[in-house]
Design a binder for this molecule. Structure first.
Ligand code: KG4
Ligand code: ZN
Length: 356
């Protein structure tokens, strides 16, 4: 088992990648559908599925061409089985299964969050297991104790909105585009301290998160303060005051999220006795989060590991890599006989079992 094709179609990004056990990541390519969904204010599942169908064969050919390889050289195919949009997942599942069947090679369905979780291991000097993983994406906020491939103990999770979702919703309130995370980070760079917002669920013990109240606190703050300029909206002075206020709110919001994540990571490391932390998922690309975590790591004496920026957000490299790790440990024959291409739109990470 060496060369694996990875396929990712769980949401609004179509991606393909090639991972080799001997040579590492050979190529990865991605098509973002953000522009196609922008005017609807969110991802339209039917449009997403259709676009995956259009883009997937071309992206697969592209990574093969970049690596100078042909499909005949593939040893296995890994595809995202869930969680995600059902129709979007089915495109990847059908494509991967059909191609693998035609080539007489095994195919394996991967948990999208396991992909995120293993992504930091694609980088030089990967941490050894066990470690604590903070997974912060648009749909999930999880703290997991990882002892082995597939052996994931949930330490804490968000009881309502995911961290990325909170970034996206607050971005909408600030009239920034989607995805909100990068837009808020950019605006926050111009903001100043002063907007005090809650650090939810940090005062009591435990490792769960809640970001819904923080979002509401931002809405209230804006309602109370945006009106302060008086009735004559539209004059230049008001416009400047509103821009300044919004930058300060972006700053305060980002600090509140980062503080909250940092407090819980420190707690999770203490609770498990682990000295290694990995951070993955879209919010893991946040520069302020990385800055604060790096400082805490130096201060407390733990190590912190991230994927390179483009592998924080959705990609197929992480799926190819997770597929490689799993296929290496599985017997080929049962995998060849398994033609199931059902998807798991809802799929708790903890349902995965350790791979013996
Ligand atoms: O992992 P991901 O690409 O997709 C999911 O599986 O959800 O994560 C997307 C999320 C979005 O909510 C986006 O706003 C957030 O990650 N995000 C960020 C940053 N870049 C992406 N949040 C904060 N700061 C960033 N730089
Ligand atoms: Zn993701």
């Amino acid at each position: 088992m060496d060369l694996i094709l990875g396929i990712e179609t769980s949401c609004d990004e179509t991606a393909a990648a090639l991972y080799s056990g001997q040579h590492g990541l050979l190529a990865h390519a991605l098509h973002s559908q953000v522009a196609a969904h922008a005017r609807y204010g969110g991802v339209v599942p039917e449009l997403a599925s259709r676009d995956h169908i259009r883009k997937l064969p071309g992206l697969t050919q592209q990574v093969l061409d970049e690596a100078g390889l042909s499909v005949a050289q593939l040893d296995g195919i890994a595809w995202t089985r869930g969680p995600g949009l059902p129709g979007a997942l089915m495109v990847g599942a059908g494509f991967a299964r059909a191609l693998a069947w035609g080539l007489d090679i095994p195919a394996i369905g991967i948990h999208h969050m396991e992909g995120h979780l293993l992504a930091p291991l694609l980088e030089p000097h990967p941490p050894a297991m066990p470690f604590v993983a903070l997974l912060v994406s648009g749909g999930h906020t999880l703290l997991v104790h990882v002892t082995d491939l597939g052996d994931y103990r949930l330490l804490g999770e968000s009881v309502d909105d995911a961290a990325g979702e909170a970034f996206d919703k607050v971005a909408r309130m600030l009239e920034l585009g989607y995805p909100g995370g990068p837009a808020i980070a950019k605006l926050a760079a111009q903001g100043r301290p002063g907007v005090e917002l809650p650090r939810p669920m940090t005062q009591r013990p435990g490792l769960d998160f809640s970001f819904s109240g923080l979002k509401t606190a931002v809405r209230q703050y804006l309602q109370e303060h945006e009106g302060e300029g008086g009735e004559e909206r539209g004059d230049d002075k008001d416009e400047t005051a509103i821009s300044t206020l919004r930058a300060d709110v972006a700053y305060g919001f980002q600090e509140a999220v980062v503080d909250t994540l940092l407090i819980k990571c420190r707690r999770a490391l203490a609770a498990t006795g682990s000295r290694r932390l990995i951070v993955a998922g879209g919010v893991g690309a946040n520069a302020r989060l990385r800055e604060r975590l790096n400082a805490a790591a130096q201060c407390d004496g733990f190590s912190v590991h991230y994927p390179r920026l483009e592998l924080c957000t959705d990609n197929a490299a992480m799926i190819a890599y997770a597929g490689y790790r799993r296929l290496c440990r599985s017997a080929r024959e049962p995998l060849l006989a398994d033609l199931d291409f059902s998807v798991r739109p809802r799929w708790p990470l903890t349902e995965l079992a350790a791979v013996s």
